[in-house]
Design a protein around this ligand. Structure first.
Ligand code: SAM
Length: 316
């Protein structure tokens, strides 16, 4: 426990998938006036330096957000000739552009030195008139302290709370969220464990089962690693069953960057794929991901095994 530090992984391909999906979902939710409670059960440190020791040691951001920014710096994506048609446009997909713009907002000098973690992604989209709330949980003593210090700089007062508590437990007290002025109750929950413990997989499903009873209409976003482990393999199937049983729509997407052909036989590939499972996704999310995932893959794909999937289903 506590050996996982997100600073090693910030801005990698998994963060690209997770944060692009998060931003696209939040953009849709922000179209409605009603107050939104955003809950991040596994928040991390909030902000990361891509030129610091952690990121430079792992080099993961270089194969993720840094490569993506370089590929799209001219704001146009060059499609392979075979995919071009006379009326095809080469424009960057809106959800990808939105992600890139948000990263650029944290790097005013045009570089890629700072990476915003999910708390800062959410804060960036939160409406500053105090309507929305951001509730952050982080258990690691050092990361919780850093998160506290990072969010304090935002001077957001009661709009943001940071709690050093188990996020699965902390979530229970926050659902259902309080009604907004117009009576509506709205919440987005990001569940993004490190899966350092095998029990994280079953805790995710228990948490979703419980949350759907407390607040069936919430937007739940769950990240998971695609790795050869039975618990990881079973997780999306279990989540699908829970969504179906609760009569809620769902969307499941994966992004695999594949393995580099230059990799030596002794080199470990590291994480090459991950997934997002969304319960009660915006009706626009599937099309948004369909447009942007091929573009992300064109920039980050490394060869053998690369690809993406998107499936969705309704109640019943
Ligand atoms: N959501 C962050 C982002 O996208 O920027 C990254 C989070 S990282 C994958 C997972 C975090 O969860 C780690 O910082 C870890 O210390 C923390 N953690 C692990 N178990 C936890 C628990 N039960 N409750 C709250 N935080 C936990």
């Amino acid at each position: 426990m506590f050996s996982y530090r997100h600073a090693f992984h910030a801005g990698n391909h998994a963060d690209v998938l997770k944060h692009t999906t998060l931003i696209a979902t939040l953009r849709h939710l922000m179209l409605k006036d009603g107050a939104l409670v955003m809950i991040d059960t596994h928040a991390g440190a909030g902000l990361y330096r891509l030129d610091g020791d952690y990121a430079e040691t792992s080099g993961e951001a270089n194969e993720g957000v840094v490569r993506l920014l370089a590929a799209f710096s001219k704001q146009k994506v060059a499609k392979p000739i075979t995919e071009r048609s006379s009326d095809a446009t080469n424009d960057v997909a809106p959800a990808l552009q939105d992600y890139l713009d948000l990263i650029k907002a944290f790097n005013a000098d045009g570089g890629a030195r700072i990476y915003p973690g999910s708390p800062f992604v959410m804060h960036h989209l939160l409406r500053s008139d105090a309507r929305d709330r951001l509730k952050l949980f982080e258990l690691h003593p050092t990361d919780a302290k850093t998160l506290d210090a990072n969010t304090a700089q935002l001077e957001a007062g009661r709009q943001i709370t940071v709690t050093r508590q188990d996020g699965f437990e902390g979530l229970k007290a926050l659902l259902p969220p309080p009604p907004a002025a117009n009576g509506s109750r709205r919440a987005l929950v990001l569940i993004d464990p490190s899966y350092e413990l095998k029990s994280d997989y079953s805790r995710v499903t228990e948490c979703i089962e419980d949350s759907l009873k407390r607040f069936p209409t919430g937007s739940y976003l769950i990240w998971y690693p695609v790795i050869p482990r039975p618990e990881a393999h079973d997780l999306p199937r279990r989540l699908k069953n829970l969504a179906k049983r609760a009569g809620r729509p769902w969307l499941h997407t994966t992004l695999a960057i594949g393995q580099s052909p230059d990799r030596g036989p002794q080199e470990r590939p590291g994480l090459t794929a991950s997934g997002m499972f969304i319960i009660n996704p915006p009706h626009t999310l599937k099309a948004s991901l369909q447009a942007c995932l091929p573009q992300i893959l064109a920039a980050l794909g490394r060869g053998r095994g690369q690809g993406h999937t998107i499936e969705s289903g309704g109640p019943g």
